[in-house]
Ligand binder design. Structure first.
Ligand SMILES: [Zn+2]
Ligand SMILES: [Zn+2]
Length: 113
């Protein structure tokens, strides 16, 4: 299964992207926080399914688990109900936040209902 079909995941290192390409293993890698690393990460924008497609829903619960742990950079945005990844502060002082539409572990769509 493709890790990404929307083009958000790049093999070249791109500024600020939380998911980086591991050329040696030909996989994408997401370090959620120290101790939690997804070695074969799927795109959080499309899950390898396509933007907005709900063919497969997440059934592993990883994102919910991360959000439940203290000091986690993953949280549920109370405004839009989406799980969100707070990423590292950039040199310009801004901290990017990424909505997690698809589970990076299983590629399933996160239920945002
Ligand atoms: Zn994608
Ligand atoms: Zn999942």
């Amino acid at each position: 299964m493709a890790a990404c079909v929307c083009g958000a995941l790049q093999k070249k290192p791109s500024e600020g992207s939380p998911i980086v390409y591991d050329a040696e293993n030909r996989r994408y890698r997401l370090e959620v926080m120290p101790g939690i690393v997804v070695d074969d990460a799927k795109c959080i924008m499309c899950g390898g399914q396509g933007i907005g497609i709900r063919d497969r829903m997440c059934n592993c619960g990883s994102v919910q688990q991360w959000a439940a742990s203290e000091d986690s950079p993953v949280y549920k945005d109370q405004g839009n109900g989406l799980f969100t990844l707070r990423w590292h502060e950039r040199p310009d002082g801004k901290t990017p936040h990424y909505a997690i539409w698809y589970c990076p572990v299983c590629g399933g769509r996160i239920n945002d209902d």
